[in-house]
Ligand binder design. Structure first.
Ligand code: R5P
Length: 291
C-alpha cells in the first residue's frame, strides 16, 4: 500500500487492518512551486494507493496523478486508487452554460494515468462514477459508523437529509438507528451561491434530529437546516457528515445555530473527524474481490 501526506493516518489504519506493508511516498516542492513525489522502494503485484484530494485540492489532484504514475513506474502490476475525498464531485453537470463537468475531468484523468480500479468514499453523486469511469469502481459508505455514533441519543428521533438528493444517506442511517427519516427542500442560487431551505412535512416536534450530509464546507446548509428544525420544535439537533472541509468559521456558525454535536469522518482531517473510514474502505475492497 502506498500513501502520501494527504492520507498518511488513514492509509496506516487500512494497512494495519489488512496486514499490508505501507510505503510512504517522499514529497517535495521544487523552488518554482511544482510538486514532486518519489517512492522510496520498488513495489509489485497489486498496489493500493490512498490519497485524498483534500484542500489544497488542485495541488493534491496533481499529486495524485503523478503518484499513480510513480507507482506504475516502480513495478506495480495493478493499481487500486483509493481517494477518500473526491474534490470537484459537486460540479457533476453543466449547471450554467459554459461550465465544465469537473468531476468527469478528475475521474477521466485518474483512469488515463493508469488506475486499474477506483474507490472513493461517499461521493456526492454515485452515478458520476458509472458515468466517467470504465474501470471497476466503488463508493464506500461510512454511514453505518457515523449513525452508530449517535445511537444512544436518537431514541424516537428523526434522521434528516438537507435535500432530496442526500436522502439515501438519511435512509441508511435511519435503518441503523431504527427511526424515521425525511429530507428538507433546499434551493441554491447557482449564481450567488445563496441557499434557502423550506420546511418539508416532517414531524420533528419534541424529537431529537440527526442531520446527515456528505460535505460541510461553509456550514451554511447545516446552519439553515438546524435553524429550520429547531424552529419546528426539534428537541435537539445533531449533525453527521462525511467530508469536513470546514471553511473558516463553519463550526462556529453550526454550533451557533443550536447544534449539540457535529461529527465527521477522517477523509479530510479536521477537529471533528472522529470516525475512521478504514472499515468502509475495507468493505469496498472486499466487495470488489481484493483481499
Ligand atoms: C451540496 O449539495 C452538498 O451536499 C452539501 O450540502 C454542501 O456542499 C454543503 O456546503 P456548505 O457547508 O457550504 O453549505
Amino acid at each position: 500500500m502506498v500513501a502520501s501526506s494527504s492520507s498518511y493516518g488513514l492509509a496506516a489504519r487500512v494497512a494495519r487492518k489488512l496486514g499490508w506493508r505501507l510505503v510512504i511516498a517522499e514529497e517535495k516542492k521544487f523552488p518554482d512551486g511544482e510538486a514532486y513525489v518519489k517512492l522510496p522502494s520498488k513495489v509489485g503485484g497489486y498496489v493500493i494507493v490512498v490519497h485524498s484530494i483534500a484542500p489544497p485540492q488542485d495541488t493534491n489532484f496533481l499529486k495524485l496523478l503523478i503518484l499513480i504514475d510513480a507507482v506504475k513506474g516502480a513495478g506495480a502490476d495493478e493499481v487500486i486508487v483509493v481517494v477518500p475525498y473526491l474534490a470537484y464531485a459537486r460540479q457533476d453537470k453543466r449547471f450554467l452554460e459554459g461550465e465544465p463537468v469537473s468531476v468527469g475531468v478528475v475521474l477521466k484523468s485518474v483512469e488515463s494515468v493508469g488506475a486499474d480500479a477506483f474507490i472513493t468514499v461517499d461521493v456526492h453523486s454515485p452515478k458520476s462514477l458509472d458515468e466517467w469511469l470504465s474501470i471497476p469502481h466503488a463508493n464506500a459508505m461510512p454511514i453505518p459508523e457515523l449513525a452508530s455514533y449517535f445511537k444512544l441519543l436518537m431514541k424516537d428521533g428523526v434522521v434528516l437529509a438537507p435535500d432530496k438528493g442526500a436522502v439515501e444517506r438519511a435512509r441508511i442511517a435511519a435503518g441503523i438507528l431504527r427511526v424515521e427519516y425525511d429530507y428538507l427542500e433546499k434551493f441554491r442560487d447557482r449564481v450567488t451561491g445563496e441557499v434557502k431551505i423550506t420546511p418539508k412535512s416532517v414531524d420533528v416536534k419534541g424529537r431529537p434530529v440527526l442531520i446527515v450530509d456528505d460535505i460541510i464546507s461553509t456550514g451554511g446548509t447545516i446552519t439553515l437546516a438546524s435553524k429550520t428544525v429547531l424552529e419546528q420544535g426539534a428537541k435537539e439537533v445533531y449533525v453527521a457528515c462525511t467530508h469536513a472541509l470546514l471553511v473558516s468559521g463553519a463550526l462556529d456558525k453550526i454550533y451557533g445555530s443550536g447544534v449539540k454535536e457535529v461529527v465527521a469522518t477522517d477523509t479530510v482531517p479536521s477537529p471533528i473527524s472522529k470516525i475512521c473510514v478504514a472499515p468502509a474502505i475495507i468493505r469496498a475492497l472486499k466487495e470488489m474481490g481484493y483481499k
